[in-house]
Design a protein around this ligand. Structure first.
Ligand code: IMP
Length: 427
């Protein structure tokens, strides 16, 4: 069985928990795109496990974590995650595989990300400043350095020095401190020793796994609204987020019976700049932010908040071929008197679809809302759909009907056990 998990909004939909649930019996948990700009948190009892690079499914005893070619790696971050897991009693022996085709996030990529953001001033994009854009830019312009080069140290030294010298010239133009090449090379030499034992031909491993019908979970990062092609570019991330990224990022063609899960948060959040048609800035937004603890896992930034935007989510469903939905954080909405859901966009007096919009249209359009009555009960202990307050049921049923995809998991709290599975008593 193959499960692919995709964030349908602007990231932070609660994918980590869904991955953890569906990965229960997985043989392989795979990260196939993005870098440590992503952040998944898995809560087990009192303990929080934040993941940025390592597939979070690795917490299960038999699951092997795989980082495939589409992922870009900051070695310092990856090694810290490996250490954290070891300190918490998770042995990684034969549990982690890394493709030699992964590109490396270099110190100059982070410096360039920072320099570009600072230079943009009030037009800054709000990137995570983790070097994501500059690393993918080097990848497509043949200036990248991969794990592959790390295997052959003299090739690495030569390529790194060449690139760093060029990047230092650019950094100088920005008035930024250049990279100390010698110091960096010494650090990479240490990282190399620690990372090489995990390097493997992940293509072969996954081809074999698909052929022998192993249980695989592909952990999508970010959200479709940040996809490099389908976002309101340039308010994007550097990678493709949509289903096709599994093919380019891991070399796998997904079988027809793959479960393509769309994770939808019951409201909306976003970190960074760019248009957010349903954004709210009032007391309700603060309430949701505090109750849902909407602060970035990666950067700690307070997240922007908005009403659920079903026009955008419907686009994600179509572009990714989503066939199952996991609805998260619905418990956060308890206590609100009224709820709104965006069911379409109006631009200059006419209906406009998400697919027709660039960032200018998305900034100026008017969301069309459907209003719902709220519920006051705490729903975090409910495990049966029919026990949910009627108004909560109405809200969920509406989403399902609008998207024409079954909602199979409803998460009503951060813990592994706080879920309603399927609809037993569909009304
Ligand atoms: P970058 O990926 O660091 O270049 O940032 C580009 C945009 O994507 C910024 O608005 C980030 O806040 C956003 N972003 C990237 N990854 C995530 C994520 O995993 N969750 C939420 N936002 C993200």
């Amino acid at each position: 069985m193959i499960n692919l998990i995709i964030g349908t909004q602007w990231g932070d939909e609660g994918k980590g928990k869904i991955v953890d649930l569906l990965g229960e019996t997985a043989d392989y948990a795979v990260r196939f795109h993005g870098g440590n700009n992503a952040g998944h948190t898995v809560v087990i009892g009192e303990k929080k496990f934040p993941f940025h690079l390592i597939p979070s499914g690795i917490l299960r005893p038999k699951t092997v974590g795989v980082i495939t070619n589409g992922v870009i790696i900051d070695l310092e971050v990856l090694l810290k995650e490996i250490e954290f897991l070891k300190e918490n009693g998770f042995s990684l022996k034969n549990k982690l595989l890394i493709s030699s085709r992964c590109h490396l996030i270099m110190p100059y990529h982070k410096a360039l990300d920072e320099a570009y953001e600072n230079a943009r001033g009030k037009n800054k994009l709000g990137t995570t400043r983790r070097g994501i854009g500059p690393t993918y830019a080097d990848k497509v312009s043949y200036n990248g350095i991969r794990v592959y080069e790390l295997v052959n140290w003299s090739a690495f030294e030569e390529k790194f020095s060449f690139q760093a010298k060029i990047k230092n010239k650019i950094l100088k133009l920005f008035g930024v401190e250049p990279i100390n090449i010698k110091k960096s090379l010494n650090e990479f030499k240490k990282y190399r020793e620690k990372i090489l034992p995990y390097v493997a031909d992940t293509f072969k491993v996954l081809q074999e796994a698909v052929k022998s019908k192993k249980n695989i979970i592909f952990e999508g990062a970010h959200g479709v609204m940040l996809d490099n092609d389908f976002s309101p570019y340039p308010f994007a991330t550097g990678s493709n987020v949509v289903t096709g990224a599994v093919n380019t990022g891991a070399g796998v063609i997904l079988p027809k019976d793959t479960n393509v899960w769309g994770v939808i948060k019951a409201y909306l959040s976003r970190v960074g700049g760019g248009p957010l048609p349903t954004e709210i800035n009032d007391k309700i937004a603060s309430l949701i932010r505090e109750k849902g603890w909407e602060y970035g896992t990666t950067t700690g930034r307070p997240r922007r908040i908005g009403w659920l935007d079903l026009e955008a989510v419907k686009f994600s469903v179509k572009v990714c071929g989503i066939n199952k939905i996991a609805l998260t954080k619905i418990d956060v909405l308890s206590g609100l008197e009224k709820l709104k859901v965006c069911v379409g966009y109006q631009y200059q007096g006419k209906k406009i679809d998400y697919s027709e919009c660039g960032y200018l249209e998305l900034t100026e359009l008017e969301p069309v809302y459907k209003e719902f009555s709220g519920w006051s009960e705490d729903i975090s202990k409910i495990r049966d759909f029919s026990h949910l307050p009627k108004n909560c049921q109405n809200y969920i049923n509406f989403i399902e009907k609008f998207l024409e995809v079954p909602i199979e998991i409803i998460s009503v709290g951060p813990d592994r056990n706080q879920n309603i599975y399927k609809f037993k008593d569909r009304t």
